[in-house]
Design a protein around this ligand. Sequence first.
Ligand SMILES: Cc1cc2nc3c(=O)[nH]c(=O)nc-3n(C[C@H](O)[C@H](O)[C@H](O)COP(=O)(O)OP(=O)(O)OC[C@H]3O[C@@H](n4cnc5c(N)ncnc54)[C@H](O)[C@@H]3O)c2cc1C
Length: 402
Amino acid sequence: MVVGIIGGGASGMAAALAAAENPDIEVLLLERQARVGRKLLATGNGRCNLSNANATVSSYHGETPSFVQYALQKFDVSNTLRWFSDLGLYTVTEQSGRIYPYSDQANSVVDVLRLGLLKPNITVLCGAEVQQIKQDGQGFLLSCTDETYRCDKLIVACGGLAGTKLGGTMSGYKLLGKLGHKSTKLRPSLVQIKSSWPALASLKGVRANCSIQILRDEKVFAKSCGEIQFTEFGISGPVVFELSRDVCSAGGNWTAILDMIPDWSNECLLQWLKVRRETELSVQELLTGVLHNRLGRVLIQSADISMNKKCNELSDYELQNICDCVKRFELTLTEPMGMDSAQVTAGGVLTEQFDEETMESRLVPGLYACGELLDIDGDCGGYNLQWAWSSGRLAGYSAGKE
Ligand SMILES: Cc1cc2nc3c(=O)[nH]c(=O)nc-3n(C[C@H](O)[C@H](O)[C@H](O)COP(=O)(O)OP(=O)(O)OC[C@H]3O[C@@H](n4cnc5c(N)ncnc54)[C@H](O)[C@@H]3O)c2cc1C
């Protein structure tokens, strides 16, 4: 029996390895790009945050997040790490729960998977983009530009639309759509949020540990805290990524309120500013030592203070303004960046049309799907790859049963 797999990304490779555990199965893995695992190489800033020790259903989103439960239990984090260890990968779990390869190189993850695929019953064809799936009696015909391949069972692991330059594509949604599978609306998630604040360009690359409140039409919509990175167009960083899924997805006026020194109360900061006022320093240096210099200057300018002043020329009123800017800085948000920049696609192929215990289609027997293509997206921190491994292995294991 031949199990065909469309997509040589994280979930497709996991599915191939699981199906091939049955030596009587022939696995045919078709990847449209020149090599397998291209997106994986870019994950975790090149370090590949491949899982998270705290992965549970509560870290996942979609119309039915509980769909992940069975796969996450059957192929849980410890099982995944054992599987990687068997493939030759040594991993490290950070205190936060994030799991990385010991080498700190995404390459290592791709390499052990690629080497694992060198089995007599697995054929990997790169540069093979499946353009059409036709049902053929009990099996499927997969048409690429020059060739057509046949398989008895088929796993669609084409990934989502996010990270377009790394291979994100509509292909999987379209292929499954032609077989009757519906998708929910697709949105970028784990992505920077744009702001119209003009001073952003001068803060590009600056990081700050903030607490952040997101307001929609002046009502608190979400709260979080952690490291924020300012970019040319807006704000970035894990905290922002997590909020990006829902921010600006509906109409209204969206604002971020940043507290740049959340560890200090207003009184404490004001007291500290009063002590600093006793110096002969230029006002530009007032916040030096607590905030990034560029951020400090931008905040002082936002408080309408002339940069030509000396600290000891500041009035109580001006100190209060500076304090307000540091503790409650308002940033107008416009929209999340697009799919190009997103790490994951929110939305996808309706999970209710698949059996969560096998990943098999409820519409087309012998057809399976896994990974980001389905209407499941995880939080920032290794959860999306854990879903790719768990769902891919479940699909491969199920399809590989005679
Ligand atoms: C920049 C970036 C950083 C990320 N960092 C992390 C991280 O650190 N931790 C984490 O958990 N998640 C991370 N993610 C998300 C994670 O990479 C994805 O969720 C995961 O790769 C999804 O796996 P997948 O197999 O479903 O899809 P993919 O890995 O995207 O694989 C799909 C594959 O299918 C191929 N394909 C598509 N259509 C066809 C077709 N018609 N014919 C043949 N082949 C086809 C594609 O070329 C691709 O290789 C990151 C994503 C990005 C973009």
